[in-house]
Design a protein around this ligand. Structure first.
Ligand code: SAM
Ligand code: SF4
Length: 441
């Protein structure tokens, strides 16, 4: 929420976000909805009249974090019963009955398609909680411009929901069916962002490359966004390997604003496990896709998501995953222990791999990826890249940070004439698995 000139009469809301970038973007929409309704933002739960948690249900661990936070907030509610507490997002949608049992003090429970109605829900909440977890096939919030934060990069939701129903995943159940935002709304919004100094746009969706509105598919959308003056870089997250079309590869190869980084979640390197996960591709399909992408976009950075310990994953399946990881040589990877999720197709299969074994496999995978990330980044030493400057580096110490086209963090000493939003050429002097130490070229 940008409006900070609070008058005492206006209710103050504190919004806390858990989970992925899509949730962060949803919180910006929630913030815009509430600002329109007269709310202003508070800096801490203790200063707020309304405290909202926008939650994630992807793994049990994510839910546990929120339940822990709710127990803390219960104490706040005890000392200030007038404070309204709300649970938003995927967890609200996933298990509202169990949640209301564990947190009966909640005033509002709203799923991802109910944010438009939040002001009324908050007004209505009294002795009984106001609950709205209807999924709405038509809701895209296309007419609501989110409260984008500052910065040179903006994350813009291009499509919502998912139709893939991978056996392990709760997303289609909590976010509903796939629907795309009209290109005209996206163009207007991104044009406004460019006017405010945003240089890089990341198009978001659970399967963002399944984007389709009328005749406009994802590669056409990329080209449209590339035509917006002021936008210098375009990325997208998270594409599904099954929806990477020739036209998408062509758009990445030929449109200079589309950056040479592709996130291609593989999940497992074993055909047996991929079939049980119902991912819709084999290892051979995936490797053929990687080869096509690399042939069309030389030097492209590849990242992935991997789950270890899916039900039925044997040592040999896990070994197959490490073999594929080595074969592809990812620049980075998000790796997770399998977490059984109620309502999913894999729920009834069970959980055959022990927590200890999942932990061992995850540790081994993280070590392998770290080794490969270091090798990939060190291969960049001595080369030059244009870096979009974001501002001071997190480590401070008179350093600035930005991203290379491959989405690698570049760190270099502050130079007076260089500011956030500038693109500078840097030479890589040294590298770790997570960043490139550079000097201006
Ligand atoms: N739509 C994207 C795709 O298919 O690649 C991924 C979106 S999902 C929010 C992000 C990642 O969470 C998935 O790629 C998967 O690796 C992981 N994930 C999803 N369900 C999981 C589960 N039940 N246990 C562990 N990890 C899970
Ligand atoms: Fe979940 Fe699969 Fe959809 Fe990704 S594609 S959000 S993993 S169901």
């Amino acid at each position: 929420m940008n409006d900070r000139d609070a008058t005492p009469a206006r209710p103050r809301v504190y919004l806390e976000t858990y989970g992925c970038q899509i949730n962060v973007a949803d919180s910006q929409t929630v913030s815009a909805v509430l600002r329109r309704a007269g709310y202003v933002s508070a800096d801490a739960a203790e200063d707020a009249d309304v405290v909202l948690l926008n939650t994630c249900a992807i793994r049990e661990h994510a839910e546990e974090k929120v339940l822990h936070r709710l127990r803390e907030l219960a104490r706040l509610k005890q000392s200030r019963p007038d404070v309204k507490l709300g649970l938003l997002g995927c967890m609200a949608q996933h298990n509202r009955v169990a949640i209301m049992e564990k947190a009966a003090f909640l005033d509002v429970v709203a799923g991802p398609d109910s944010y438009r109605r939040l002001p009324e829900m908050l007004a209505r909440a009294g002795d009984d909680a106001s609950i709205d977890v209807r999924l709405d096939r038509a809701e895209t919030y296309a007419d609501i411009t989110p409260d984008y934060g500052g910065g040179v990069r903006a994350y813009v939701t291009a499509m919502r929901g998912c139709d893939k129903f991978c056996a392990f995943c709760v997303v289609p159940y909590v976010r509903g069916r796939e629907r795309s935002i009209p290109p005209s709304d996206l163009m207007r919004e991104i044009g406004e962002l460019a006017g405010r100094g945003v240089k890089e746009v990341v198009l978001l969706g659970q399967t963002v490359n399944a984007y389709r509105f009328g005749d406009t598919g994802f590669s056409a959308l990329l080209k449209m966004v590339a035509s917006i003056g002021g936008i210098e870089r375009i990325r997208f997250m998270s594409p599904h390997p099954g929806d990477v079309s020739d036209s998408l590869i062509e758009a990445m190869a030929t449109e200079p604003k589309v950056q040479p980084h592709l996130h291609l979640p593989i999940q497992s390197g074993s055909d047996r496990v991929l079939a049980a996960m119902e991912r819709g591709y084999t290892v051979a399909d995936y490797l053929a896709l990687v080869a096509r992408v690399r042939a069309a976009i030389p030097g492209v950075a590849l990242s992935t998501d991997i789950i270890v310990g899916f039900h039925g994953e044997e040592d040999s399946d896990f070994e197959a995953t490490t073999t594929v990881m080595r074969a592809v040589g990812y620049d980075s990877a998000f790796m997770f222990k399998y977490s059984v999720r109620e309502h999913t197709r894999a729920f009834r299969l069970g959980d055959s791999v022990s927590e200890e074994e999942k932990g061992r496999r995850l540790t081994a995978l993280i070590a392998l990826q770290e080794e490969m990330s270091i090798a990939r980044n060190r291969a960049m030493v001595g080369r030059e890249f244009p870096v979009l400057v974001e501002g001071p580096a997190r480590r401070g110490g008179g350093m600035m940070a930005g991203k290379t086209p491959h989405f690698k963090t570049a760190i270099f000493a502050v130079v007076e004439r260089v500011a956030a939003g500038d693109t500078v050429n840097v030479r890589v002097d040294s590298a770790t698995g997570h960043s490139l130490m550079c000097s201006l070229a």
